[in-house]
Every structure is written in C-alpha cells, then in structure tokens.
Ligand binder design. Structure first.
Ligand code: CA
Length: 225
C-alpha cells in the first residue's frame, strides 16, 4: 500500500538524506547510484515515482528518463544541478512531472513527491473523502482538515486517521492501525500507534477529541456529538 520511491542519485550522502526523509513520511524506497541500476530497479521494484538525478555514471538521467518514458507513465521528478537547466529540460520534452534544482531542501523534495503522487493518483483512484463532524479526511489528496483548516499530518498519520474515519464508531485494534501506517516492517510495535495517536490528537486541535481510546482494545473515531 505504501508508495515506493526510486531514488536515483550517485552522491551517497544526498541519497541517504532523501531516503531518510521519505521513510519518515511512510514511503518505501529503493536506491540506484547509476543509470543502469536505475533501469534494473525500475523494472524490478515497479516504483510509484522516480526521483532522478541528471548527472549520473553509466547512463545519465536524461537517457534514463527517455527509456522509462518509452514504456511507462510512472511519475518522474528530475533533480537538476542548475536553475537554467530546467528550461532546457522542459524543451527536451522528456515528460518529467516536476523539476527540483540543487541544492534543495529534503523537505521540499518530499512535498513535491506528495504533490506529484496526489496528481497522478487523483486521476487513477478518484477521491476518497471521509467526514466526521468538522473533521474531513481526503485520502485521494492526502489531506485532512479540521473546521476547514488544513492540518499538517504525516503520511502515516493520515493513513491511520483514514482507517478510523472510514467506519466511524468502529473500534480498531492497535495491530490493524499499525499495519496501515506502514511502520510495521521496521522496529515499530503497538506503542508506536499510541505515539501516532497522541501526535494526531495534538495536531487535530478541537477535532482531536473525536478520537476515543477504547481501553485494552484500541481506538475509534466518534462521528457525532
Ligand atoms: Ca549526480
């Protein structure tokens, strides 16, 4: 369920930082440090999005983009070294979905990844929107609002909240909630869910009280009262 992001970057440190930020937001990642490996991983891992550096050993990013685009519509975000390259790249008609100029902030890259996935998923899946009182969760757009105000939630938090909101008043066990966050494969245990809930309640402000703890079981979202 978690989107897989293929990071193609020959500078190990940059790739590690991106990987770190993306994983913290609940994405799964694969890494390639040259263009040949990028094509192999693209076929093997079937990523939901490719972050593609241009200057790469073996095959450069332009050639990788061309080859991927000849067979696939997978979203591509190009990482370019210089501002003035972007016009040239757009002119080449590589079919990239977005461009980020180095040096970038990893946060900005994550925001672009989400935006591009939102667009590409938006027309694939249509919107799934859940409401409970003033709380609105749009899983298509990966956004949540309380009384119309956009909330700053991570992907894991949105998934967790989305599961609760899908069937309001139904109690969800911690294990179910953990599975949906995408943390299950790392060192997470069910206390991770409690930590997420605590953060969600805080971020939700007035809407946070809709999340009820059911002792010894898990959590539910109240849709009335
Ligand atoms: Ca490079």
């Amino acid at each position: 369920m978690n989107a897989i992001i293929l990071i193609v970057e020959d500078e190990a440190r940059l790739a590690e930082i991106l990987e770190d930020y993306l994983r913290r937001e609940g994405f799964r990642t694969e890494r390639a440090k040259d263009g040949g490996r990028a094509l192999e991983l693209w076929r093997a891992a079937n990523p939901d999005l490719i972050l593609l550096d241009i200057m790469l050993p073996v095959l450069d990013g332009l050639e990788v983009a061309r080859r991927v685009r000849s067979e696939s519509e997978v979203p591509i975000i190009m990482l370019t070294a210089r501002d003035d390259e972007v016009d040239k790249l757009v002119g080449l008609g590589l079919g990239a979905d977005d461009y980020v100029v180095k040096p970038y902030s990893p946060r900005e890259v994550v925001a672009r990844v989400k935006a591009v996935l939102r667009r590409s998923r938006g027309h694939l899946l249509g919107a799934e929107v859940y409401r409970a009182g003033g709380l609105e969760i749009d899983l298509g757009a990966f956004e949540a609002r309380c009384d119309g105000q956009l909330l700053d939630l991570t992907t894991s938090e949105l998934r967790l909240l989305g599961l609760l909101a899908k069937e309001p008043n139904r109690v969800r066990q911690r294990a179910e909630l953990l599975a949906v966050t995408g943390d299950a494969e790392s060192f997470a245990d069910e206390r991770t869910v409690d930590a997420h809930i605590k953060n969600i309640r805080r971020k939700l402000g007035d809407c946070g009280e809709r999340i009820e703890t059911v002792r010894g079981v898990g959590y539910k979202l109240r849709d009335s009262g």
